[in-house]
Design a binder for this molecule. Structure first.
Ligand SMILES: [Zn+2]
Length: 326
């Protein structure tokens, strides 16, 4: 029998679990999912993962494959050795859970199971199959509900419990309350979620923008997406343009700081905001170029690349992590 791997990703504030059976080359053979109304508890994640792993193992055997290892990615704070969950935002009972040891034991996989964060998994996915191929150093920016970063250095993902918490960098002039309890942090200005929320909040005083939003969303403003905000900004809508300019200026400043500090070969723009596409990447790169030391401006601006795998990056990273288990 040929080897296969099990990979799972928990997202949407720990309410959605997606699991796959894949070949070590990253080809997905089967998919399963489970959802819940309130965030999964540790026992529920363990139970669902084991249930889906057994179901997929049974299918794999009928296809001449055997699952020998697995990996789980979740939006949590993990210990530096990635074995224990220290915290999971919004989830109950998640303080200090030895998740890797429990999953390894319960799954019964010969090579055990690995645990990582969704952002680290997305970085690993991009380095293996996406926008990071060939680079020896890279930063992955996850610009979605929150803002976080993951780092690739000489062929490895760097691990520290609070590494990459860029969302809490203060932005001059910003005052909105952050999920952490502080004020004016980067993710209140530049996360996809904050951009949508701020845009919807401004519609009541801007009839022209409101009708443009209604046109784009088919009358459902609450379904507004960041690519739609970017489209309105590009079409000259003043409110959308101002929100995006504020987000881009804050992001470009942080990106330039990272490039100057780390000299990373690539900065991979990922998460929901990256769905804005190449014109948005170019706008961000132009801001980096404008503020960089002139002799290095073109080189540094060219290091910004869009995620190539999009929303499948975390799953591809989890597959790569499961494949690499020894
Ligand atoms: Zn914060």
């Amino acid at each position: 029998m040929a080897d296969a791997v099990f990979a799972a990703v928990v997202t949407n504030r720990a309410t959605h679990l997606e699991a796959v059976l894949a070949t070590p080359e990253g080809a997905i053979r089967q998919r399963r999912s489970a959802t819940t109304r309130v965030p999964f508890t540790p026992d529920e994640v363990l139970g669902q993962v084991v249930r889906l792993a057994q179901e997929l193992q049974a299918i794999s055997v009928s296809e001449g494959l055997i699952i020998t290892g697995g990996a789980l990615a979740l939006e949590a704070t993990l210990t530096a050795d990635q074995g224990t969950v220290l915290a999971l935002p919004g989830g109950a009972g998640w303080g200090t859970v030895p998740l890797r040891a429990r999953l390894t034991m319960a799954s019964g996989f010969r090579r055990g199971m690995a645990v990582t964060t969704v952002t680290n998994a997305a970085l690993l996915g991009e380095m293996t199959l996406g926008a990071g191929i060939g680079a020896t150093s890279a930063v992955f920016l996850d610009l979605s509900r929150s803002v976080s970063a993951a780092f690739w250095w000489e062929g490895q993902v760097l691990h520290r419990p609070h590494l990459g918490a860029l969302g809490h960098i203060p932005v001059v002039g910003a005052t909105d309350r952050c999920a952490c309890g502080g004020r004016g942090h980067l993710e209140t200005v530049a996360s996809a979620q904050a951009l949508v929320r701020r845009m919807i909040g401004l519609l009541v005083e801007a009839p022209a923008t409101e009708s443009a939003v209604m046109r784009l969303t088919g009358g459902r403003a609450e379904s507004l997406t960041t690519p739609q905000i970017w489209q309105l900004a590009c079409e000259g809508d003043a409110i959308a343009a101002e929100l995006m300019a504020e987000a881009d200026a804050a992001l470009a400043s942080v990106i330039l700081t990272l490039l100057l500090a780390l000299d990373a070969e690539r900065v991979i723009l990922g998460g929901t905001l990256a769905h804005n596409g190449p014109t948005w990447r170019d706008a961000l790169a132009a801001l980096v170029r404008q503020n960089a030391p002139p002799a290095r401006a073109d080189d540094l601006a060219a290091r910004l690349v869009l995620s190539a795998l999009g929303s499948s990056a975390p799953m591809q990273g989890a597959i790569a992590l499961a494949t690499g288990l020894s």
